[in-house]
Design a protein around this ligand. Structure first.
Ligand code: ADP
Ligand code: MG
Length: 406
């Protein structure tokens, strides 16, 4: 097996993080469980005033590390899979990298892990330079943990041996103790002697999480960790994972193509497109103020109506909307939020073509003369006019975004 193959198979097993000297536990037990709060302060955690109490020597593991990515490029032939990307992640922060398939998310994660060489730029972990085009620190010495899409546990090893596999630098008894503690944190200490096939998908995923965190990595890299789970399991596992990560206080880079994962787990979301980060911010920023049409489409459902800018306005059959940043004669896409359409006595004409009760809301299709596709309207159930009714409607200005046609 070549060195690279070995590295890759080790990565698939999630065994990159090794224990720093003296580091043993990622969970401190006792009357107060200590977590590092994320910079946004979104979580509510107990923060002791006394620093010594926060990190007594016996429990000291490597602290959550910062991550710096500076003008990093990685090319495959003519394709720049990662194209001049810069980002900084604070210790303890959970950052989500989102984007469509092929946008460069996994490549960026592999660069941070040390599984790929850089063509330009540099990467710092905990302020230490770990990668430049000239070379870098080997993956197993970067203090990163990994949990990849195929979080495959070793099928021939028991749950506990799967977790201690990444703790080989420790004495066996100590590794066992650390692994049991990691398993209890994910609620699976009672399954230590079972084999992976005896566990459900969600349980296997929690073992993989325990295995990735047991060595106390300074940064945990997660690539689509929930994509193999069915929807219901996914929601539960995601919540559990979030709680464990917050408690561990680890810096996390979570790659996902699911905006819901990103919104629920991350302090900050970074959207990638064509190898570049096109926008970063809170979930609310990316939903309410998307920088591009692609970001808008990724984070929300919109009605899209084409138009042309004339005198700073785009006239459409659904209304006339200001477009101050567009040039005269430039093509535009007007995005209208389905919840922003109101029926009333004045406004543009349309006709209700269908209504579907969806539980919390109702989806109404509104045919508008001059627009090919009916507009989708989200309304309170039971409200609004019946099918076939001719209506007048208006669009709330705050529910409209205008982008250049792309
Ligand atoms: P994502 O994880 O966002 O789906 P990737 O990072 O896997 O995207 O891929 C980004 C781009 O780089 C894609 O165009 C992909 O085809 C290309 N790519 C990724 N890995 C390789 C490789 N080993 N060899 C050649 N091209 C690659
Ligand atoms: Mg990927």
């Amino acid at each position: 097996m070549t060195a690279l193959r070995k590295i890759k198979s080790a990565a698939a097993a999630g065994n990159y993080a090794f224990v720093a000297p003296g580091g043993a536990e990622w969970q401190r037990t006792g009357p107060a469980t200590i977590s590092r709060s994320a910079p946004s302060g979104m979580d509510q955690v107990y923060r002791p005033e006394n620093a010594e109490e926060a990190a007594p020597a016996r429990f000291a593991g490597p602290p959550a590390a910062s991550l710096g990515v500076e003008h990093v490029t990685r090319r495959y032939g003519p394709v720049a899979a990662v194209d001049d990307v810069s980002l900084a992640v604070a210790p303890g922060e959970i950052a989500a990298l989102v984007g469509h398939s092929g946008s460069g998310k996994s490549t960026l994660l592999r660069l941070i892990a040390g599984l790929e060489p850089l063509d330009a730029g540099r990467i710092l972990i905990g302020g230490r330079e770990v990668a430049t085009p000239e070379g870098g620190v080997p993956p197993e010495r970067r203090g990163v943990g990994m949990m990849f899409q195929d979080y495959a546990l070793f099928p021939h090893l028991t749950v506990i041996r799967n977790v201690t596999f990444g703790l080989r630098a420790m004495r066996a008894a100590e590794a066992r103790e650390v692994a049991i503690r990691a398993l209890s944190r994910v609620g699976l200490a009672g399954r230590a002697g079972d084999y992976p096939h005896m566990l459900s998908g969600g349980e296997q995923q929690r073992v993989a999480l325990a295995r990735a965190l047991a060595p106390r990595p300074g940064i945990l890299l997660m690539d689509e960790p929930f994509s193999n789970l069915d929807r219901r399991t996914r929601i539960i596992v995601r919540e559990d994972t979030f709680a464990v990560l917050r408690e561990a206080g680890t810096t996390v880079i979570l790659v996902t193509h699911d905006q819901d994962d990103a919104m629920r787990m991350a302090d900050r979301i970074l959207m990638m497109q064509g190898g570049r980060i096109v926008q970063g911010g809170s979930g609310q920023d990316l939903c309410r103020k998307p920088a591009t049409l692609q970001v808008a489409r990724f984070f929300a459902e919109w009605n899209e109506v084409a138009g042309v800018c004339r005198g700073g306005m785009v006239a459409t059959p659904a209304g006339d909307f200001p477009a101050p940043s567009l040039k005269d004669g430039e093509g535009a896409v007007v995005c209208i939020r389905p919840s922003g359409i109101r029926f009333g006595t004045a406004g543009r004409p349309g006709r209700i073509v269908s209504r579907h009760f969806l539980g919390e809301t109702e989806m109404i299709h509104l045919a508008v003369p001059g627009i090919d596709q009916p507009l989708r309207v989200v309304a309170a159930p039971g409200s609004g006019p019946g099918v076939g009714t001719a209506v007048s409607f208006t669009v709330a200005p705050e529910d409209v975004l205008v982008f250049p046609a792309g």
